[in-house]
Design a protein around this ligand. Structure first.
Ligand SMILES: [Fe+2]
Ligand SMILES: [Fe+2]
Length: 302
């Protein structure tokens, strides 16, 4: 194993869950595939005030986390991470193996109430399975956060989790804590100050360098193996400014718009399926091992 392996996700968050708990407070209602993004919430002004309240009441650790994220995720940083990771030359491991590998990640979450990373993944997958969705969506649930292995390779929390956003164009005010973008060096780059920045309008998000994290990484690891809808769930599951706030639509194309209901549907299971009852990994393993071999070879490249 790499010698830089570190099992602790470093500050400011006590645990990666702290970011997801904040998201749940900010977006308390389940997203719905039937509901159009433009009609999320009833009164946009009221919603804006509520969001500001969540931000004002956020824990200092969460605030500090977003500050680091918004200041550090420059377009150049994202491209450098693509260079570093997207050749997938780090290691080879199977999907179930990756689940156990990720579980080495220890943070300061409360072991009595917080689920391990693998438990969250199993719980998400089980929720999808219970509702009778196709098998590849169940598998998407099982794998969607495996990109958090980046933490084990020394990446700081702000480059692993966080709501994602496009780089190389103007930062939307609909991002959480938009004021923290003021100190992002990209805010001084003239070419990035228009709605579409360096991109063509309607080019599609696959042309866009999104802020770096576990979403982009797992999407690339699985690109050759799952249907487009599953890949969209991977790549956009933390793209809240788009899928929950309707920002950045000028960059979207027809494919992205077709994927949106799938991403929203997935978000329901990811964010709201958390219960404190831990799934029984040993009982579930045979089902999932069988599911994995349906779509993946024994080892994949990371
Ligand atoms: Fe995630
Ligand atoms: Fe998740």
């Amino acid at each position: 194993m790499k010698d830089e392996l570190q099992t602790r996700s470093t500050a400011p968050l006590e645990s990666l869950d702290e970011w997801e708990d904040f998201l749940k407070e900010r977006y308390p209602e389940p997203a719905s595939a039937e509901r159009k993004v433009s009609s999320v919430g009833t009164d946009p002004e009221k919603q804006k005030t509520e969001f500001r309240d969540y931000e004002a009441n956020a824990r200092d650790t969460v605030r500090e986390f977003y500050k680091l994220n918004h200041e550090g995720q420059t377009h150049a940083f994202v491209l450098a991470k693509h260079q570093e990771y997207l050749g997938l030359n780090r290691m080879e491991m199977g999907v179930w193996e990756a689940l156990q590998y990720l579980n080495q990640l220890i943070d300061d979450s409360d072991p009595d109430t917080d689920l391990s990373q693998a438990e969250h993944l199993l719980q998400t997958a089980e929720g999808i399975r219970r509702d009778g969705h196709p098998r590849w969506i169940v598998l998407t649930g099982l794998m969607h956060d495996l990109g958090k292995v980046l933490c084990l390779w020394g990446e700081p929390q702000w480059a692993v989790v966080g709501d994602t956003f496009p780089t190389g164009c103007r930062f939307s005010e609909k991002n959480v804590f938009p004021e923290f973008f003021a100190n992002n060096p990209d805010s001084a780059v003239e070419a990035y100050q228009t709605e579409c920045g360096i991109y063509e309008p309607g080019c599609g998000f696959d042309q866009v360098a999104l802020s770096w994290g576990h979403d982009e990484y797992i999407y690339n690891v699985c690109k050759d193996y799952l249907p487009a809808e599953g890949l969209a769930m991977f790549r956009y599951h933390s793209f809240y400014p788009w899928h929950r706030e309707g920002a950045y639509t000028a960059l979207a194309n027809d494919h992205d718009r077709a994927m949106l209901p799938w991403v929203l549907k997935f978000n329901e299971y990811d964010l709201y399926s958390k219960s404190h009852e831990a799934p029984r990994e040993a009982d579930l393993r045979p089902y999932y091992e069988e599911l994995i071999v349906e779509f993946f070879p024994a080892k994949i490249r990371w």
